[in-house]
Ligand binder design. Structure first.
Ligand code: HEM
Length: 470
């Protein structure tokens, strides 16, 4: 073959090859996507040790600094993609939520109950969510103001007198009582006590090592969970007999029928009740603990909150008349303190989902089966959206945050249905705290503890005193 002829063949061959590659790429764009940057660490253990040997927020922040807003890692035996931008979190939780299913360790699912709405997608989740959302909507919870107020006053009175309290533990008791109120309305004392006693054992076992060995916290928690089901079954039986159309969560769950006329089973009802109690307690209690700390650390801010709440107290004849729903909707200074506490503490630092198919986001591949973690805390602490993010500054909420940058209650189909109730109890608690009490944080330790939500070290030991109203 002559040389020019040979060259022509080579050029034709190369052009054909190029054409083939381009067509294939066009047909199968997914193959172009590459995994996000980052490190998968050691075989099996991945980067779990790095994550747990330091403040998890420092781990995530350092990764973001090094790799950007989307990066991969490997923790707790799972390859993960972390997402630290508002668009990425929205992509996973809102616009493409069907491609990412909720995922929890089986050991946690066993304790909470497999029919709790967190673990589900689709029709069953929609049905349960509507019921839970309805019973926690502003229209429903506005009727709870007086009862929540009574619980707040009684809790605060029990703390006063100068003894050191563990603020977080005490706030947990309060948020538990509010949860019970939202679920059952006014519940007989013996049921309340039995639920509290057994729920505490479940709570203690929730973050312990899952094993069936008798005597371990996890095994005790499983037994307590069985007793809870029994108590709830009795309660459900009693309610069914009374045939009341109660508006509380138990009433809504009992009265619900699907399109085939089927009611929920006792187990489905019990799992969702335990699930709501679980979602309601530590979350709200940690934020309230942070509020106490932030107000304590900033006397000028505390004065501003006091001025707002004292004016309301005065208009209620020095507290002789109860707080009203509309007063709780008009506490702008206190409300901004709550929002800033939610941002600053970001007690739910991130959430987990699992990709149900290969998904491409911004040219990166999220492989099927990988965990996906939208990092709420990184978004809340990004100076692009919240300048000087380490500064506690409620005035930043005078202007609404940019869309999807402030998501303390999550976003999309699984966003928190209890957010209005959580804010309401925080407002009521703060009203009574600042108008009638003074408090002092005990000890000089600063720092954060994870249990698993972040709280000030040792649960913020504090002393409270009732102030004279004259
Ligand atoms: C300050 C307090 C609270 C915070 C920061 C908070 C935060 C959250 C977040 C971020 C989610 C979404 C998790 C995800 O997408 O994976 C969520 C879900 C949920 N929260 Fe809350 N929550 C709080 C209080 C409450 C309260 C008081 C209740 C009920 C009385 C509640 C009930 C729920 C439920 C049932 C879900 C699951 C919703 C679903 O899967 O559809 N939460 N919460």
């Amino acid at each position: 073959m002559e040389k020019p002829e040979f060259l022509a063949y080579v050029v034709i061959f190369l052009l054909a090859l190029l054409f083939y590659i381009l067509r294939r790429e066009k047909r199968e764009p997914k193959h172009r996507a590459k995994l996000p940057p980052g490190s998968l660490g050691w075989p099996y253990i991945g980067e779990t040790l790095q994550l747990y040997s330091q403040d998890p927020n420092v781990f995530f922040a350092a990764k973001q600094k090094r790799y950007g807003e989307i990066f991969k890692t490997h923790i707790l035996g799972c390859p993960c993609v972390m997402l630290a931008s508002p668009e990425a979190a929205r992509f996973v939780l809102v616009t493409q939520a069907h491609l990412f299913k909720p995922t929890y360790p089986k050991s946690k699912e066993r304790l909470m109950g497999p029919s709790a709405l967190f673990f589900h997608q689709g029709d069953y989740h929609n049905r349960l969510r509507k019921l839970v959302q309805g019973s926690l909507s502003p229209e429903a919870i506005r009727n709870l103001v007086a009862d929540i107020e009574a619980l707040a006053v009684s809790a605060l009175d029990s703390w006063a007198g100068g003894c050191v309290i563990n603020t977080f533990h005490e706030m947990k008791k309060f948020s538990f009582e509010v949860g019970i109120l939202a679920i059952f309305g006014r519940l007989e004392a013996h049921y309340r006590e039995e639920l509290k006693k057994n729920y505490c054992i479940v709570d203690r076992g929730y973050n312990s090592f899952p094993t069936n060995i008798p005597g371990t916290p996890y095994k005790k928690a499983l037994s307590a969970r069985k007793r809870l089901s029994k108590i709830l079954s009795e309660l459900i039986g009693e309610r069914k007999e009374k045939r009341l159309a109660d508006k509380d969560l138990l009433g809504s769950l009992l009265n619900s029928k699907d399109e085939k006329g089927e009611t929920l089973t006792n187990d489905q009802i019990a799992d969702n009740i335990i699930g709501v109690l679980f979602a309601a307690q530590d979350t709200t209690a940690s934020v309230m603990t942070w509020i106490l700390k932030y107000l304590h650390d900033d006397p000028k801010l505390l004065e501003a909150v006091k001025a707002e709440q004292k004016a309301i107290n005065k208009s209620n004849e020095e507290g002789n008349r109860p707080l009203t729903w509309s007063q709780t909707r008009n506490m702008p200074v206190t409300h901004k303190v709550i929002l800033e506490s939610l941002r600053m503490a970001s007690i739910i630092s991130f959430t987990f989902r699992e990709a149900v198919a290969d998904v491409e986001f911004k040219g990166y591949l999220i492989p099927k089966g990988w965990k996906v973690m939208p990092l709420f805390r990184n978004i809340h602490h990004d100076p692009k959206f919240f300048p000087d993010p380490q500064k506690f500054d409620p005035s930043r909420f005078e202007v609404a945050p940019k869309p999807n940058t402030f998501v303390p209650f999550g976003n999309g189909v699984h966003a928190c249905p209890g957010n209005e109730l959580a804010k309401l109890e925080m407002l009521i608690m703060t009203h009574h705290l600042v108008t009638k009490f003074r408090w002092e944080v005990v000890g000089f330790q600063s720092g954060i503890q994870y249990g698993p939500f972040p709280v000030p070290v040792n649960g913020l030991p504090a002393r409270l005193w009732k102030q004279s109203t004259t």
